[in-house]
Design a protein around this ligand. Structure first.
Ligand code: NAD
Length: 265
């Protein structure tokens, strides 16, 4: 028996990076997993990897900033998996810029994906999972924030602000879902820097902006500020997500769990 046997999950941004790793870890723990992403081909490949683990899976095109697409993706998840009781709100974007150079459209797009996307995910999860909803069995939501929500790092002001918002929305989500009897727990994770596409793009941007001489130095300075002396791996975030969704975490709601080797303390 596995810790997530019988559970049904939707993972946003599950085509690659942290989301793909979480999707695979959920599947290895027995959950059926739907992948939602704007990258259709990569997203379908990611679902193909899940299929090989022997659980039900599927892919649905989902831009998390779009309410109507959430409506469809939620219905598709319930139809494909036969229920819905885990949401991993992982999709996110980072557009690096010093405040003195920031472009309004970039700031707005980060707010749209990271903040609006996360709250819409909670909205549709709550409506589906609460008693009387089309899934109706309660569940667990894990929002992916960032260590950036808790520290100050130059060139990621807006991103940090959006991740602080994810952190606060997690607490309000946990409060509402608890008090209103939805049977849904809501928690978030603060990953440290991870060399995914996003992580390596950020390291490159830091060099371009002139905050580090090269990518090795940029990454090295993060490692230096990390007590455990290395970067996180996607699997580290995935393990934490599996735990927060499992019955072992049944009395845990409204927390932000750093998975950052101690960097954010
Ligand atoms: P990534 O860029 O490698 O992957 C992000 C995925 O989200 C991609 O598949 C992308 O297509 C998808 N996506 C982007 N916009 C979307 C949208 N509007 N709708 C649906 N899907 C969308 O990034 P990652 O490193 O895997 O990051 C995943 C999450 O973890 C993000 O929320 C990110 O902010 C957070 N995070 C990353 C790091 C890091 O160092 N990599 C650290 C802390 C937090």
């Amino acid at each position: 028996e596995k810790s997530l046997d019988g559970r049904k999950a939707l993972v946003t941004g599950g085509a690659r990076g942290i989301g793909a790793a979480i999707a695979q870890a959920l599947a290895r723990s027995g959950a059926a997993v739907m992948i939602g992403d704007i990258l259709d081909d990569v997203g379908r490949d990611s679902a193909g990897q899940i299929a090989r683990l022997g659980v039900k899976t599927g892919f649905v095109h989902l831009d998390v900033s779009d309410d109507a697409q959430w409506e469809k993706a939620t219905a598709a998840t319930i139809a494909t998996l036969g229920g819905y009781d885990i949401l991993i709100n992982n999709a996110g974007i980072e557009i690096t810029s010093l405040i003195s150079e920031v472009r309004a459209e970039d700031a707005r797009r980060m707010c749209d994906v990271n903040i609006v996307g996360t709250v819409l995910g909670m909205k549709h999860a709550f409506r589906a999972m609460r008693p009387g909803g089309p899934a109706g069995k309660g569940g667990a939501v894990v929002n992916i924030a960032s260590v950036a929500a808790t520290i100050a790092f130059p060139s990621i002001a807006v991103y940090s602000g959006t991740k602080s918002a994810v952190d606060r929305m997690t607490r309000v989500g946990a409060m509402e879902a608890g008090k209103l009897g939805f049977g849904v727990r809501v928690n978030c994770i603060y990953p440290g820097l991870i060399p995914t596409d996003m992580g390596m793009q950020l390291a490159g941007d830091i060099v371009k902006i002139g905050l580090a001489p090269d990518v090795n130095a940029a990454v090295g300075s993060v490692v230096e500020q990390t007590p455990l002396g290395k970067l996180a791996e996607v699997g580290d975030i995935a393990n934490a997500a599996v735990f927060l969704c499992s019955n072992e975490a049944r009395f845990i709601t409204g927390i932000g769990l750093p998975v950052d080797g101690g960097m954010g303390m």
